[in-house]
Design a protein around this ligand. Structure first.
Ligand SMILES: *Cc1c(COP(=O)(O)O)cnc(C)c1O
Length: 421
C-alpha cells in the first residue's frame, strides 16, 4: 500500500471534509523553503506550513539543538521542578518583549496559550473580588479551536455546531476612522463588566488576512487602559517578525497586559505555547489563600525539547541576516503589490510586513467555501507552490529564508493564474 492509501485508511485530517477532499500530498522531506514529495516533486512552502515555519524546513541549527537536548533531558514535570531551557527561553523572550511583560507561562500550542490568557484575566478579577466577566473581542476574530478560544473568536461556519455552548462575548468591528469613537463609547458603557479585550494585532489571520491600522489599535488600547480593561495581545500568528517588526505590538505605543505566542516560537519545529503577563496580573495570584492559584497546566508544559527548539529558533531570529531577510521580503511584496494592484481580477490587495494577501474577483460574495478556492489551490500545487487560499483570498507568508528567485517564481505564477483562471 502507498503512503496515501495507508493514510486514507487510518487518518482524519484537520479542517478537511474527508469525503470530498483530494488525497493528501505525501511529503518525505524538507529543506529551506521547500518540501519534497515521495516522487521527488518540489513545493515552495509559501504559507510556512500553516504560518509556523520562519527559518526554513529541517534547519540544521535547530535540528542539532533538538538532538542534543533529546540525549540530555527529554521531559520533566514542570510543577515543582524546573530546567535550564525553560528558564533561558523565558529570560530571552522577555528581553524581546515590551517592558510590561514580566512572567512566562508555558503551554502546548496557540489555543492553549489563549485559554491561559483568558483564565488569567477572568481569575485576576475573581481574585480581586470584582465581578468582571465579560470579554471584548473583534468580529471575525480567530483565536483557536478549543472552547474558550472558540468563544472569543467570531461566530462562523467553524463554530456553528457549538455556538449555543460558547460563552457570550461582546463583539466589536475592527477600528477605523469612522467607528473608533463609537467603539470607545461602547467600551466605556460596559467598563464595569469588561474583564478584558482580546485581539489579533494588525492582521486577522484565519479570518481572511484582514488588516487594520496600528494607529486605531493604539487608540483602542489606550482607551482600554484608561477604562481598566485588561488587554490580551494574541501574537500567535503575528509574533516573530511576521509584520515586519519582531512583534506586531512593536507598531503601537500602548503595552498589552498579556501576550500569547506559538506559531513561530520554535521556528515551526515543535508544538509550544507561551502566555506572558505583567507583574500586575501575576501579583493578583499571590496569596496565602491557595484558592487564588492559577490552576492550569498540561502534561507537556515547558517540554525541554520544545524549549530547545525555541531557543535555537531565537538564535536564528536574532541574527542580523534574519532582519535583512524580513526587510527584503517586505520590499519585494510591496513592489509586486504595486505592479498588480490594478489588475481587473484583483478585488483587493493588502500587505502587512511579510504577509501579502489578495482577494480574487469572483462576482459572488467572498466566502471560505468559494469554489474558486479549490481551483486556485490545485493550480498552485501543480506549479509546485503551496498556497492555501482562505476562500478567494490567496496569501503569501513565506519562511524568511526564501530567495528572491523563489519569490519571483511565486509572483510570476500568480500573474499567470490571473491570466488563465
Ligand atoms: C493559529 C492561531 C491560534 C491558535 O493556535 P493553534 O496552535 O493552532 O492552536 C490562535 N490565535 C491566532 C491569531 C492564530 O493564528
Amino acid at each position: 500500500m502507498s503512503l496515501v492509501e495507508r493514510d486514507l485508511k487510518a487518518i482524519w485530517h484537520p479542517y478537511t471534509q474527508m469525503q470530498t477532499a483530494l488525497p493528501p500530498v505525501p511529503i518525505v522531506r524538507g529543506e529551506g523553503t521547500c518540501l519534497f514529495d515521495e516522487n521527488g516533486k518540489k513545493y515552495i512552502d509559501a504559507v510556512s506550513s500553516w504560518w509556523v515555519n520562519i527559518h526554513g524546513h529541517a534547519h540544521p541549527h535547530i535540528a542539532k539543538k533538538v538532538a542534543e537536548q533529546l540525549t540530555k533531558l527529554e521531559h520533566v514535570i514542570f510543577a515543582g521542578f524546573t530546567h535550564e531551557g525553560a528558564v533561558e527561553l523565558a529570560e530571552r523572550l522577555l528581553k524581546l518583549l515590551p517592558a510590561s511583560q514580566e512572567k512566562v507561562f508555558y503551554s502546548d500550542n496557540g489555543s492553549t496559550a489563549i485559554e491561559v490568557a483568558i483564565k488569567m484575566c477572568l481569575q485576576y478579577w475573581h481574585n480581586k473580588g470584582k465581578g468582571k466577566t465579560k470579554i471584548l473581542a473583534f468580529n471575525n476574530a480567530y483565536h483557536g479551536d478549543t472552547f474558550g478560544a472558540m468563544a472569543v473568536s467570531g461566530r462562523s461556519a467553524f463554530t456553528a455546531a457549538f455556538d449555543s455552548l460558547l460563552f457570550e462575548v461582546e463583539f466589536i468591528d475592527l477600528p477605523n476612522n469612522g467607528n473608533i469613537e463609537s467603539i470607545k463609547s461602547q467600551i466605556s458603557d460596559l467598563k464595569s463588566e469588561l474583564a478584558c479585550f482580546i485581539f489579533e494585532p494588525l492582521v486577522q489571520g484565519a479570518g481572511g488576512m484582514i488588516m487594520y491600522e496600528a494607529k486605531y489599535l493604539n487608540e483602542l488600547m489606550a482607551h482600554c487602559r484608561k477604562e481598566g480593561v485588561l488587554m490580551i495581545d494574541d501574537e500567535v500568528f503575528t509574533g516573530f517578525g511576521r509584520t515586519g517588526k519582531s512583534f506586531a505590538c512593536d507598531h503601537v505605543m500602548v503595552q498589552p497586559d498579556i501576550m500569547c505566542f506559538s506559531k513561530g516560537l520554535t521556528g515551526g519545529t515543535m508544538a509550544l505555547g507561551v502566555t506572558t503577563c505583567s507583574k500586575e496580573i501575576y501579583d493578583a495570584f499571590l496569596s496565602d489563600d491557595k484558592l487564588k492559584t492559577l490552576f492550569h497546566g498540561h502534561s507537556f508544559t515547558a517540554n525541554p525539547v520544545a524549549c530547545a527548539a525555541a531557543l535555537a529558533s531565537m538564535d536564528l531570529f536574532t541574527e542580523p541576516s534574519t532582519k535583512e531577510n524580513i526587510e527584503r521580503i517586505v520590499k519585494s511584496h510591496s513592489e509586486f503589490l504595486l505592479k498588480i494592484q490594478h489588475h481587473p481580477k484583483i478585488k483587493t490587495i493588502r500587505q502587512t510586513g511579510t504577509i501579502l494577501a489578495m482577494e480574487w474577483e469572483t462576482g459572488n460574495n467572498t466566502s471560505y467555501f468559494n469554489s474558486l478556492r479549490d481551483t486556485l489551490y490545485q493550480y498552485f500545487l501543480d506549479a509546485g507552490i503551496i498556497l492555501r487560499p482562505l476562500g478567494n483570498t490567496i496569501y503569501i507568508l513565506p519562511p524568511y529564508c526564501i530567495t528572491d528567485e523563489e519569490l519571483s517564481y511565486i509572483y510570476n505564477k500568480i500573474e499567470q493564474a490571473l491570466q488563465e483562471i
